[in-house]
Design a protein around this ligand. Structure first.
Ligand SMILES: Cc1ncc(COP(=O)(O)O)c(C=O)c1O
Length: 384
């Protein structure tokens, strides 16, 4: 059994991959097809069943899933796509890769999610799509967003990198969006190191996505293995985003413990919340009524200009932390390319200056939660 070890006293994240994944990989290695094949098809079916969508297409990243979704929907040069600046850069770079321009809309102060009430004001005649992000695992208001998108004839591509398990008012990722995009990056709730998927209920769109994920070729290596070599065609231009059997084999056993791990993280979040509620300068994103939070990350907001000092203190105690995220419109590339400036999206900027993600993963020991809470209390009470 593989056991992961970390040099950090309180690690930010540890994966729980072990014997089931090693066994699954060994099965693939006993088979001639390492690239996209039977295991990928099995994972796609299992993932689609979990999300209750008809189609899942496994890819190499969520960034690729966002890019391919927009490309498959015919979005490109000259188009605008509305999204949030409080996200990982990949949400916007996926849009840029399609040829479209990202148009940011500020976020809700209570959640950090795209503020749906501001979306209409950002729609122009060039707008073709909206890419909401279900930040930290809390879904955006998809019913309200779908209503706006339908009124203006826009597509919705959900960035659900943080939200496999979550729901809002009974709606799951992929249910109201034209597509939903997922990440299986190293620290995600499901991981194969690097990987992703796109889901949809539109069969025709799924066919197009399957073509576009592999150069636009209409046959793949698995077809050649099954049917022998046959000439293939390239009916359209495509990219190289296909998941391989090894990645899919690693993901399949994790599907069996996805909900168990989700419940473990929910329990951890409750423990953190009881420990952190009365610390000076510290607040938390609100979980909106009707939301079943996927609990991907556990961020706190540190006010009073203390965030970076707290990072230093926690790191000096060998406690792993991250910032998810500093508002992305203020990163050099976005400033230089699109002319964004401080003050453009003040709520995202305020959250970006306060954000701090605490150690959080399903098998995190309770003592580590206590150590993090004790250290935060010590640092922030001293400065109050
Ligand atoms: C919100 C969000 N969107 C997109 C991505 C990109 O995912 P990937 O690394 O699979 O391309 C990430 C990954 O960290 C993310 O957190």
């Amino acid at each position: 059994m593989a056991t992961v070890v970390s040099k950090t006293k309180v690690p930010f994240f540890l994966h729980d991959l072990g014997q089931p994944e090693l066994d699954a990989i060994a099965e693939v290695l006993a088979n001639p097809i390492l690239t996209t094949g039977e295991w990928v098809a099995r994972f796609e079916q299992r993932f689609a069943d979990y999300l209750k969508v008809s189609q899942a297409i496994a890819l190499t990243s969520c960034t690729g899933a966002i890019h391919l979704s927009l490309a498959a929907l015919g979005i490109g040069e000259g188009d605008e796509v509305i999204t949030t600046p409080m996200t990982f850069i990949a949400t916007a770079t996926g849009i840029i890769q399609s040829g479209a321009r990202p148009v940011f809309v500020d976020v809700e102060a209570e959640t950090g999610n795209l503020d749906v009430s501001r979306v209409e004001a950002a729609i122009t005649e060039r707008t073709r799509a909206i890419v909401p992000v279900h930040l930290y695992g809390q879904m955006c208001d998809m019913r309200a967003l779908r209503e706006i998108a339908d009124r203006y004839g826009l597509f919705i591509v959900e960035d659900a990198a943080h939200c496999v398990e979550g729901r809002r008012d009974g709606v799951r990722p992929g249910e109201l969006g034209d597509t939903a995009c997922f990440s299986f990056y190293a620290t995600k709730n499901l991981t194969c190191g690097e990987g992703g998927a796109v889901v949809t209920n539109d069969r025709q769109l799924a066919e197009k996505l399957r073509l576009l994920r592999l150069h636009g070729m209409n046959k793949n290596a698995n077809d050649r293995h099954r049917e022998g070599y046959q000439h293939w065609d390239m009916p359209t231009f495509g990219w190289k985003y296909n998941m391989d059997n090894l990645q899919a084999a690693m993901l399949l056993p994790q599907m069996e413990r996805l909900d168990e791990n989700w419940h473990k993280r929910a329990e951890l979040a409750r423990t953190y919340e009881t420990r952190l509620w009365d610390i000076p300068h510290l607040s938390r994103p609100v979980t909106v009524p009707g939301v079943d939070h996927a609990w991907h990350l556990f961020p706190v907001w540190i006010g009073g200009n203390q965030r970076d000092r707290v990072i230093e203190k926690l790191q000096s105690q060998n406690i792993g932390v991250m910032v998810n995220y500093r508002a992305i419109h203020l990163l050099t590339y976005f400033r230089d390319t699109f002319g964004f400036r401080e003050g453009d999206f003040p709520i995202a900027e305020k959250i970006g200056d306060a954000n701090l993600s605490l150690p959080f993963y399903p098998n995190m020991p309770r003592e580590h939660v206590d150590q993090v809470a004790d250290e935060l209390t010590r640092v922030l009470e001293r400065s109050a």
